[in-house]
Ligand binder design. Structure first.
Ligand SMILES: [Zn+2]
Ligand SMILES: [Zn+2]
Length: 424
């Protein structure tokens, strides 16, 4: 059954491909009688049934002039899966295979409107979309951007208009695959040989081809040629990661199909200063200790469009900034697509305390102590120990050297009996 794909209807009826209608009818009667399941011994019945169905099918197609022409030009792929009699269940659905392998271009041009429920109804009429990622900086997403680039794509050959051959030439059916564009081979799957469909290498899946002298001079029979095209995409301001930019009909052209789209999926590049959450932005700003205490009026950050964002602090004299304090700037977030609204900007204050390079005199320190708020009342205790300490301790070491914790873990592992200690 699995060899149905390579079936030769003329062979089934044992006639030549130029047989007349009368010859076909006679051959059918003879073959049908010889293979009728009721006329063979029990043991041969199953095989006879298969042959009988094949004969019936061959006759149904070859005796009908339209169907015979279809078969001669396109092979069995024009009939499989169409509800035509005789193909029997369980065989591979060639139509599906062709659709998978070639996106529906397996030598199946139109012109079969007369076949109800024919396979062409399921053929995709567009060439496949081309999807690709497009990385965009946060600056470009903020401002919007037009990108021009040249793209090389396949276009229908302008000389033969996608035929692949010279004007008067006719394509020949590929004998290797009998016009199907695919062949069945036995491929090892584990210890078994499994029938697998592969693209016919002779016709490259087309099912037919022009002889060298008949090939179109321009596309050399490929039906398409490569062309450079200048394309332009517009990334609207406020666009986000995952947004799609679609260039309609700019995918590779395939003869007999509408061209698909090129689809760009936007990917937002990580930004060194700003982080984005939807319409809002956040960034850290550095403020010196003196500024945090006494105030400032200056540009604290360069925005995504290059503008300086100036803050005056404090609004009321005497207000100080604390570490990680959040300053919300309304309307300075990302633009929102379609419209003038914008998200908000959240500035997180990082206070830069003086480092070792600051060398205040004892007099200055004394002055500072006098000016700044006094410490709280002493902590009431009865015993006091003065201790040594490391001024450069590392919080990563916190809990990292627990001798008991470590050994307990190892013990559990070695004994492998933790399961009984269900409360652990
Ligand atoms: Zn051409
Ligand atoms: Zn072939």
């Amino acid at each position: 059954m699995s060899s149905k794909v390579d079936i030769d209807l003329y062979e089934v009826l044992e006639i030549s491909s130029s047989a007349s209608k009368e010859e076909i009818r006679k051959a059918y009667r003879k073959a049908a009688l010889a293979n009728h399941p009721d006329k063979v011994p029990e043991a041969e019945r199953e095989a006879a049934e298969v042959r009988f169905k094949a004969v019936q099918e061959a006759y149904d197609i070859l005796y009908d002039e339209d169907k015979r022409h279809l078969y001669d030009t396109h092979g069995m792929s024009a009939f499989n899966g169409s509800g035509e009699p005789g193909m029997g269940p369980g065989g591979p659905d060639l139509d599906d295979i062709l659709a998978q392998m070639f996106g529906g271009m397996g030598g199946m041009p139109g012109g079969m409107g007369g076949m109800p429920g024919g396979p062409q109804a399921r053929k995709p009429r567009r060439s496949p979309n081309e999807e690709q990622k497009y990385e965009v900086s946060l600056e470009d997403l903020y401002k919007g951007k037009t990108v021009k680039f040249s793209s090389t794509k396949n276009v229908i050959c302008s000389l033969c208009r996608g035929k692949g051959g010279k004007e008067r030439a006719t394509a020949k059916k590929c004998a290797t695959c009998d016009g199907h564009g695919v062949k069945q081979i036995l491929r090892p799957m584990g210890q078994f040989l499994s029938p697998t469909m592969v693209t016919c290498s002779t016709c490259k899946g087309q099912g037919e081809f022009f002889s060298d002298k008949d090939k179109c001079k321009k596309c050399k029979g490929h039906k398409t040629t490569e062309a450079k095209k200048l394309l332009e995409i517009y990334i609207p301001r406020g666009a986000r990661e995952g947004d799609k930019i679609i260039l309609e009909g700019e995918a590779d052209e395939v003869p007999g199909q509408e061209p698909g789209d090129i689809i760009f999926h936007l990917v937002e590049e990580e930004h060194p200063v700003f982080k984005r959450a939807g319409p809002d932005l956040t960034a850290e700003i550095d403020v010196t200790l003196a500024e945090a205490l006494t105030g400032f009026s200056r540009v604290v950050i360069k925005h995504l469009d290059g503008r300086g964002i100036e803050l005056k602090h404090p609004k009321v004299p005497g207000q100080v900034l604390s570490p990680n304090q959040v300053l919300k700037v309304p309307g300075e977030g990302m633009p929102i697509k379609r419209g003038d609204a914008r998200g908000d900007l959240y500035l997180i204050v990082n206070i830069k305390f003086p480092d070792e390079t600051w060398k205040p005199t004892p007099a200055v320190l004394e002055q500072l102590r006098e000016m700044l708020p006094k410490p709280d009342a002493p902590i009431p205790v009865t015993t006091v120990d003065e201790v040594e300490y490391d001024p450069k301790g590392n919080i990563e070491d916190f809990g990292a050297h627990d001798p008991e914790g470590g050994s307990a873990w190892e013990d559990d592992d070695e004994e492998g009996e933790t399961a009984q200690c269900t409360t652990q």
